[in-house]
Design a protein. Sequence first.
Lengths: 113, 897
Amino acid sequence: MPDTADLLPGTLDMLILKAVSLKPLHGYGVLQRIQQISNGALRIPQGSLYPALYRLEHQGLLATKWGESDNRRRAKYYTLTAAGRRRLRQDKDAWHRLVTAIAAALATTPDEV
Amino acid sequence: MFTRLRSFVMACLRRDRFEAGMDDELQFHIDAYAGDLMRSGIPRAEAVRRARLQLGAVETIKEECRQTRGLRLLDEVRQDLRYTVRMMAKTPVFTAAAILSLALGIGANTAILSLMDAVLFRTLPIENPGQLYFLAHSPGPNISTSSNYPLFERYRTAPVFSGVTAYQGRTFRVRTTDGLERMAGQFVSGNYHKVLGARMLLGWGFSSDPDRRPGASLSAVISHDYWNTRYGRDPDVIGKTLTIGNRTVSIVGVTAAGFHGLSPGGRVDITLPMAVLALDTPEFLDARDGWVGLVIVGRLAPGVREEQALTVVDLLLQQFLDEPESRWVRAATRDGHRSAALVPAARGTWALRTQYAKPLWLAMAMVGIVLLMACANIANLLLARARARAREIAVRLSIGAGRRRLVRQLLTESLVLALCGGAAGIMVAIWGTDAILSLFAVGPSPLLIDTSLNVRVLAFTAAVVVLTGIGFGVVPAFRSTRLDLAPALKDGAVTLDGTRGPTLGRALVVAQIALCVLIVTAAGLLARSLGNLQSFNAGFDRENILLADVDAAATTLSPGGRVGLYSDLLERLRALPGVRSASLSTRSPIDFSSQVRRIDVPGVPVVPGQGVSTNMVTPEYFETFGIHLIQGRGFAAQDRQNTPRVALVSESMARFYFGSSDPIGRTFQLGGGQQKTTIVGVVEDVRHERLRLDVPPKMIYTLLAQRTAALDGTAGVPNQLTVTLRTNMDPGALASTLRNEVRAVSKDVMVPYLRTMNEQIDAALVPEQLLAMLSTGFAVVALLLACIGLYGVMAYNVTRRTREIGIRMALGALPRTVLYRVLRETFAVSTMGVALGSLIALAVTRALSTFLFGLTPHDPATLLGTGRLLLLVSLVAGFLPARHAATVDPVRVLRNE
């Protein structure tokens, strides 16, 4: 898959929060949703997904509830808490600022220096 | 922060649920992924394999998940603890030695601290104790709380206080169905409990009763202790009556447990309002010609500062003293000036603190040193063990254990040791404080000291435990994890940092021996001082003497009848088998009492601040106590009430007032009275107040048969006298006989305090005995610790050098040579320690000088004795390792190579 990209460090948390913000998801669902919303362009290392989920839950950004999956199996569902929603907004703003700044920096031509 | 804590706690408490949830979640992931893969046409087995592969190592993920909750730390701590317990069980001797040293060290510290807490630090169980002040007064540095009622009435009007109250300690004679008993109590002003904010268990205290109110109903407040012992915790005690003297009072309240007035160490079982005192002696409320032991306390009004209050109080005092009615109290002050003083009353009166502050701090310094020695010991043992474990640690380090992790493991071990030591130490402390308190249970009114463990003391112990645990553990932990791996792994012949390991151990032992010398020297000095005090010739015989205070106040006899009663009693006692002589007196040697009475000697100018001490006696007094007559004659049967007044004086009295001229036939008047008394004889000096006093009191002995109103302020025979028996058998054996004889004379005569002379002297030497006993105990512990330390290091050295010794012996060294070699080494270490310790001792024992008697802080005999003792002890400690070295079998050692 030549079109996929590795995640930048620190961005996994933000993507998880985004994914969960749309609708409550189980762990596997989070994985699928991120791949879906990035059109399969982002490759998530599966091993680091769960520790990240546990960390976010520990920080009070995600809440968990056991529920039933589509194929009628017990699964742990993650939802966004109010604190999580706040954090997602902050992360998004910060990310946009960073991207704009880097894009501007990269777009600089020799004349402008 | 809170959510994290909750999530950590939940994960800890519901550990199994946490683990199960994690398993389910990961299993679900694999199943769901595999299901998706199967739908895209991959066979089941392959799908599951791929799903697992993609997820990665499940255990690693789980470990990382646990880490997010902080659970990993918990797991590791648990691992460390389990390992520690296993290590401790594997080396029982080491563990026992370490815990025992620590228990002694920590226990001694806790015991002394709980004593210090009880005697020096604890505030009274009253409301806002910080606001309460004694309204005292002082000529110069001697602050006195003794005032009188008219002055109290001035102070209570001062608006700088929200309340002012006063009390006077008394002994009450309570008539019960079992006979008479004497109870410690006090008369208080009618607002006492309210001003103090003393909590009541039942009923109420005195809050606003006027003190001047003829015909008032008579009430009493009793203590929790008295309610417990006399009334068996009767909930209906309120309204019951007590007969005190010839008055009947009804109980209106019981104070909460722990409240015993404002004098720490003293008891207050019965509290009566001043109004009761005023019924019998109405003049008390108006007497202003003396300080009568009435203590005044005030609670500062909100917002008033101490200096402001002091200004007001001083102003009132000066006004009071300037009035002509205060002539007497003004005259009693040496330079005529007396200024007011405010003394914080939060911890009560200061007599007990002043007496015990220095001994207790000294004891604390000593237990601190003992604990240091215990720590050094364990550090040494740990170092030695670390060397033995070097190989294990090297293996763990080389297979990738983090050094931090290993240090944590080793520190856990030392903390667990400290914790066990601390727990055992608390037992030692409980036992130790009991033993110490038994020293205080002497004298006419034993001190009341509550040393039950409290939060403050336990917090101190916990702090000591953690500090010692880290203190003795940290150096060995870091050293033993810093070793050179290659040689450590090669075989048992491990060296830590070359040769520095043993050097550090040896330095620790030298320090230990030096500290030990210090403690043993101090103990030697203190114990010998006590011995000197106990055998000091105080001017009288102390063996075979039985003393009994006899209290006839509850009898309804006239003064003449009382004389008859006393002479009756003396006759009966003299007739007893085993009694050589019997006498009566108002005072006895070393009875805590002191007096400074005014004396006028014609031809000798009055010296301000100087006075005499008096004792009214029967003629046999001097024979009974073995006090020798030096000059003139003794009292005789012909000296009676109607013959000229005669007196005997002590050598010091004669020297002070008459110098080299002959005192016999000279006259004097006592207490400003007119009655002339003639000196007929001079007797030897006797120490009266205390043994330590450099100057014996200037004593005047007068005859009970010639008692005068001027002598004790009240007409007739004193209520309380001391009976003294000189026996030719063990005086204690006559105690019950004496009681029976007193009972036979009158049922209403009490014997509140019965003791032998030696017991009376011991009661006066409590601080000295306390210090001698504690320091001797500490010295024994210190010697033991030094022994263990020295033995440990030498034994380790011998083990380490077994091979060298084996080779030496194979080459022809004699076992004796080897033995001497090791002993010489021990001797070198201990000599260094003794030399160092003696130098320190020379520098610091001066701090002990106030506690010493009959020897100097640099007493050469004590210092030499200590040095010899320590060298001897160290040779004993070094002998076992030396013998072990001498019996090394060269063949076996060399075969092991």
